[in-house]
Ligand binder design. Structure first.
Ligand code: DX5
Ligand code: ZN
Length: 234
């Protein structure tokens, strides 16, 4: 990893490149790096776990050097059946964290160890319909607990309000040094509430990249979160 471990626990707005122009990933990432973003969320979809196919290690490798040179990190969100098949490939491509769905794999405890041994921060996530208790046993082994606040597969969906209660549960499960991330429908109407509820990493795709001025949209979200002050969970 090219970054300090603290990148997982810092308060950050993390652009999701799912909403970036697929013909210009580097330019989109560079614009947000210049604006101050450091962690980029990378949505890998396989057409099986979710209906959509996005991209893979090639995109991670294409942006990794530039992001790492700026002190940033790439947080890979695997919406893929049996994601353990790809641990070594993503580590080699430059991923800093590798977050898998509890619904997509067996032997989760074993695979989280393999992710750490490959040099990436292990993370787990769960669909909005999966009880948070499904990850309680593995939470101590995770550096990232990701709360899906939409059903995975597409950007631009509406935030599911019940996610706020789930965030509080995930915060309670997070190990010291682990981060809590929220993903889906995060934007001007929801970002501050997510931070208050327990998320320190606020992933935003369309709210940033689909805005007329992505850098300005990023700054506005950062300011909204900053205005919250210190949340009760911190
Ligand atoms: C959805 C992805 C999200 C997506 C969020 O399946 O996991 O990371 O990029 O997009 P927005 O922020 O537009 O809801
Ligand atoms: Zn995602």
């Amino acid at each position: 990893m090219s970054t300090e471990p603290s990148w997982l626990t810092e308060t950050q707005v993390c652009p999701s490149i799912l909403s970036c122009d697929f013909g210009a990933f580097r330019d989109g990432v560079r614009e947000l790096l210049d604006a101050g973003a450091r962690t980029f969320h990378v949505d890998v979809m396989d057409g099986h776990f979710v209906p959509v196919i996005t991209f893979g290690t090639g995109v991670v490798a294409a942006i990794a050097d530039e992001v790492h040179a700026a002190g940033g990190a790439l947080a890979v969100h695997m919406m893929v059946e049996r994601p353990e098949r790809f641990i070594a490939d993503y580590a080699k491509a430059g991923a800093d964290s590798f977050t898998v769905h509890v619904e997509a794999t067996s032997h989760l405890h074993y695979h989280l160890q393999a992710i750490r041994e490959a040099g990436m921060a292990p993370g787990v996530t769960l669909n909005p319909g999966t009880p948070v208790a499904a990850i309680a046993e593995v939470a101590p082994y995770c550096d990232n607990l990701l709360c899906m606040s939409v059903n995975p597969g597409w950007g631009g969906q509406s935030f599911i309000p019940a996610s706020l209660g789930r965030l509080a549960q995930l915060r309670a499960l997070a190990a010291p040094g682990a981060g809590v991330e929220i993903d889906g429908g995060v934007g001007p109407a929801t970002a501050a509430g997510c931070f208050r509820a327990g998320a320190n990493r606020l992933t935003a795709g369309s709210a940033v990249f689909s805005a007329p001025d992505p850098a300005a949209a990023y700054h506005a979200l950062v300011e909204q979160v900053r205005a919250v002050g210190t949340p009760s969970w911190a």
